[in-house]
Each structure stands twice: as C-alpha cells, then as structure tokens.
Design a protein around this ligand. Structure first.
Ligand code: DSN
Length: 414
C-alpha cells in the first residue's frame, strides 16, 4: 500500500502498516469506531486537501472554488436526503466543535443548557466541568433513574426549575431509544430550544433503525465517523430559521477554511448510506448487539440501562472482581479492543472506572453476524473471568486472529 509514502517517509509508512495489521487482526469493539470504504479513503486522501475555500457555496473568500462548491453541495444534498433536514452545515471539523458552534449560535454567555450527566452516558461537550464551554455557559445535568432509564418527568421538573435556553439530548454511552417527541413537548411548554447530539447513532437513524429527531428538533449535531461510517468529521442540521446563525457560528465564528477533502469523503459516505444495503448493515449492527447482550447478561456483570436498543453496551464489570481498566487491558491482550468507561454515579475514577463500553458497528462492517457474535461474547466472558491468566488470553488472541482472517478488512491494501 501507499507506494509514494513508502519511498518518501518510511517511518510513517511502517507505522501505518503496523496499524493496518492491528486493525485487521483484532476485534474492534469501541462503539464509536468503524471502518470506512476504500472510496471514502480515496476522497479523504484526495487533492481537495489543497484548496482553501473559506465561506459557503457561492460566497467564498477565495477564487477557484467552482468544483469545491459542487462537491460541498453534493454532501449537503445527500445529508438532507438521509436525515430529512431543512438545512445542513457539513463544515464542522468534528463533533465537539459542532456542539460548540451550536451553543455559540443560539446562546449568550451565562445562558443555561439542560443536558445529560457524563457518567450517565452524556458527552464531555454536554457540560462536563472540565470543558471550557462549562465556564461560558451554565450547564445543568439530568441523570438516568436507578433502573437506568431517562426520566422525562424529571427532565420536565428540572426544566421548570432552571429555565434552560436549550434542552439537549444525545449520548455517547447510553444504549436506549430516546422519546424526542416527549422532549419537544417539554421544551415547547418552557419556551426552550431542542438540540440532539446523535453522533453515536446517526447511522442507525439514517437507516431508519432508530427514531429521527431531525424533522422535530431545532438543531441536531453528529459526527460522521461512527455508525454513519464516514470520515472523521462533524455536521450540523437545523431548521431553516436557524440556518444563518448556525453557519455564521461555524465560520467565521469558530473555524477557518473548511477541510474539503473531508467534506468530499463525507459526501461519498452519505451516498453509501443512501444505498439499500446500508439499511441491512444498520439492522445487523443491532442484531449483533443483542447477541452480546444475551451472552454478557448471563454472567454476574451488570448491563447498565438494562441492555441495549442500539449498537452499544455499557457494562459494570466490578461484580467479576476486576475494574474497567483491568478488563480493557486483559481484552487488549486477547485481541479485543474496547474501552473502560464510567458507569452512572461511578464511585471510581475515570482512568480506572467500574465499567467497559463496547459495540458492534466495526465488526458488522467486516461482515460478522450472529454466529461470530456468540463466539466473541464467549471469549469476552472468558477473558474477563481469567483476566490474570496470560495463557488463556494468548489462546483467545490466536482464536481472534483465526476469526479475523476469515473476514478480510482491506485486502486491496495488503
Ligand atoms: N470519543 C467519542 C466516543 O468514543 O464516544 C465521543 O466523542
């Protein structure tokens, strides 16, 4: 692969080769990761990276943008079609800047946002005290119930108390469906704006496998690289009435020149997501997650939120006598990549929490189905049970290698 790179920069070439091997020979179960198509990779590595195009279609600050305008237009049109959006901005560099742009577009410093607590599945950019945004805006955070569900009455009570300008839903470690209509009703009563961050589940939504907030909510943000299976990037969708504010907040408010190679790759991914086969893919992601729910649910481990409606599971592994960090490290040795994660109101620390988070989007892209998930679920349980037994972990690693060899990732790059 990459013959020019091999000649000009052997160090980087060698590292990429090793990373490719790692991706090919392991089981990638971090729920926010995926494998893009070669077409997406080609667009991402294309000459569009050479072009400056600050501004928007037909209103750029640079000459020579005629093809870039068409390219960005295709990305926008395809995204509108996928999500039934009135207005789309494809320039956000990723999910965090997309969220920051929305806050700055719709609020004044000091205004209040009601969002989900980080340890209950929310995201850092939804008001975690470690973020700069939490110093600018007043974030108040709701939690899930002890049974692990979103309590809409509680959100309504909090909204009455705090009078937020925005009610924000959307999560990076929550595994259940969201009642967007209920949130919209609460927001309308309070005169609040509605915002959803669908970064994790946008591919499932695009495929019709989960509820779509876009036609209902004022603003929706997403990344493009998770279940949507595009390049690493962000996107904002909104009602036409907020289009100008949102666009101005992205550029010139927050960013400079858009990354048009990335926007080209987003367009390619959106075209792929419009194909009927993407619906099959999304359906299979959920089926695969259910198989893991059954396998892991049959152990003393605790499935947070009672299980999953989407692509991920958040699991308390402490009942097995180890921490999330121990589990992540043992599974790494077994060739299974996932991440340690806080559980709701976790008494432990973020670098050594009680839980792990895992998901099925990447393995499903490789073509793995129910049969493979049963095998993988059994390996995860075995690796966690025998987390200090190097021989068991090494044996599972060789079984993982054999399995992945039957599901080649990028044979053309080998
Ligand atoms: N870092 C992403 C995740 O893993 O969920 C969210 O931004």
């Amino acid at each position: 692969m990459y013959s020019h790179l091999q000649k000009n920069d052997p160090q980087i070439y060698e590292l990429l080769k090793k990373e490719l091997k790692r991706q090919e020979e392991g089981l990638e179960m971090i729920p926010s990761e995926n494998f893009v198509s070669l077409a997406v990779l080609e667009a991402l590595g294309s000459i569009a990276t050479n072009k400056y195009s600050e501004g928007y279609i037909g209103k750029r600050y640079y000459g020579g943008c005629e093809y870039i305008d068409s390219l960005e237009g295709l990305a926008i049109d395809r995204a509108k079609q996928l999500f039934h959006a009135e207005h789309v901005n494809v320039q956000p560099l990723s999910g965090a800047p997309a969220n920051v742009a929305v806050y700055s577009a719709l609020m004044e410093p000091g205004d209040t946002i009601l969002g989900m607590d980080l340890s209950h599945g929310g995201h850092l950019t939804h008001g975690s005290p470690v973020t700069w945004m939490s110093k600018i805006f007043n974030f108040v955070r709701y939690k899930t119930t002890p049974e692990g569900l979103i309590d809409y009455n509680h959100i309504e009570a909090m909204a009455r108390e705090h009078k937020p300008k925005i009610i924000l839903v959307g999560y990076s470690a929550y595994s259940r469906e969201i009642d967007y209509a209920r949130i919209k009703t609460i927001a309308d009563k309070m005169g609040a704006l509605t915002m959803a961050d669908i970064a994790h589940i946008s591919g499932l939504i695009a495929a019709g496998e989960m509820n779509n907030p876009v036609p209902l909510f004022d603003v929706v943000t997403t990344t493009t690289h998770k279940t949507l299976r595009g390049p690493r990037g962000g996107m904002i969708m909104c009602k036409e009435q907020y289009a100008k504010q949102i666009d101005k907040a992205v550029f010139p408010g927050l960013q400079g020149g858009p990354h048009e190679h990335n926007i080209a790759a987003k367009a390619v991914a959106f075209k792929e997501a419009l194909e009927p086969s993407f619906k099959d893919y999304a359906r299979q992601i959920k089926k695969n997650a259910k198989i893991l729910e059954t396998a892991l649910g049959a152990t003393p481990m605790k499935l947070m939120f009672g299980g999953t409606d989407n692509h991920l599971l958040l699991i308390d592994v402490m009942p097995m006598g180890l921490s999330g960090k121990n589990a992540q490290e043992a599974l790494d040795k077994a060739g299974i990549t996932l991440n340690k994660n806080m559980i709701p109101d976790d008494p432990r620390k973020p670098m050594d929490p009680s839980g792990i988070r895992l998901g099925t989007p990447a393995l499903t892209t490789r073509g793995m189905k129910e049969e493979e998930m049963k095998e993988i679920g059994a390996w995860i349980v075995e690796a966690i049970e025998h987390w200090q037994d190097e021989a068991t972990l090494a044996r599972i690693r060789s079984q993982v290698k054999e399995l992945t060899s039957r599901f080649p990732l990028y044979p053309e790059l080998a």
